[in-house]
Design a protein. Structure first.
Ligand SMILES: Nc1ncnc2c1ncn2[C@@H]1O[C@H](COP(=O)(O)OP(=O)(O)OP(=O)(O)O)[C@@H](O)[C@H]1O
Length: 210
């Protein structure tokens, strides 16, 4: 599914972080977000996912088309891996077949009866990424998805993205590593940095930092 960001202004708290962000992602394509720490990659992804409304501008796809993989794993600690997947599949209305596909994509069968609380960091990440597969949503928004993954599981993740793109999906991925995906372009987010300071009237620490 193709989508476009048109002159987006994005905020984080009261601060305007990005201005005039415009780009297009075609179906079957992954756009890789690059930029230094604090440049606004997470801010843009949160805006596209609908978690923080855009201050101005437009996104041509609805938030219901987006699956957001955040920094946090978002697992329910007391539930097993299988229960987490089943919970999400029910929440997204995609059912047991989708949960099974997600489990297979990230080789989670050996861990299916383990509580999320008892998983290693990389295992938690795999379970969190499996959620993307079971959403059946056409646009994946991913924030540093390979953190904690070893080489084998990074390759597994890249294969899941590739399958998603091959089925007509699109992806926007903030990552510092080369995933070896065939159809990618880079977007340097620092070119959209908002100039000037945030609204000082709304900043309770403004006096203290002078
Ligand atoms: N809740 C918040 N309120 C105000 N400003 C925030 C908030 N969260 C983050 N920021 C600021 O917004 C700016 C953009 O942060 P963001 O997390 O989008 O950057 P990033 O490019 O994803 O960084 P990183 O590579 O370190 O993950 C930073 O200057 C950050 O300090």
């Amino acid at each position: 599914m193709e989508f476009e960001a048109q002159s987006l202004t994005c905020r984080r708290g009261e601060a305007i972080v990005l201005r005039d962000v415009s780009f297009r992602v075609r179906a079957g394509e992954a756009l890789i977000l690059r930029g230094p720490n604090g440049s606004g990659k997470t801010t843009l992804l949160r805006t596209l996912a609908g978690l923080t409304p855009a201050v101005a501008g437009k996104v041509t796809a609805p938030t219901e088309a987006m699956a957001y993989g955040a920094h946090a794993d978002g697992l329910k600690a007391q539930l097993t891996v299988a229960e987490n997947l089943a919970f999400w599949a029910a929440a997204f209305g995609t059912g047991p077949a989708a949960a099974a596909r997600a489990e297979a994509a990230f080789d989670l069968a050996p861990l299916r009866n383990r509580r999320a609380a008892d998983l290693s960091a990389g295992q938690k990440r795999r379970a969190a990424l499996a959620r993307l597969v079971l959403t059946d949503r056409p646009i994946w928004l991913l924030d540093e998805p390979t953190v904690s993954l070893d080489a084998e599981n990074t390759a597994r993740f890249a294969a899941a993205v590739q399958a998603h793109l091959a089925s007509g999906g699109a992806a926007l991925i903030a990552t510092h590593i080369d995933l070896g995906l065939p159809e990618t372009r880079l977007l340097d987010i620092s070119t959209f940095a908002a100039r000037g300071t945030p609204d000082r009237a709304a900043d309770p620490f403004a006096e203290a930092v002078e």
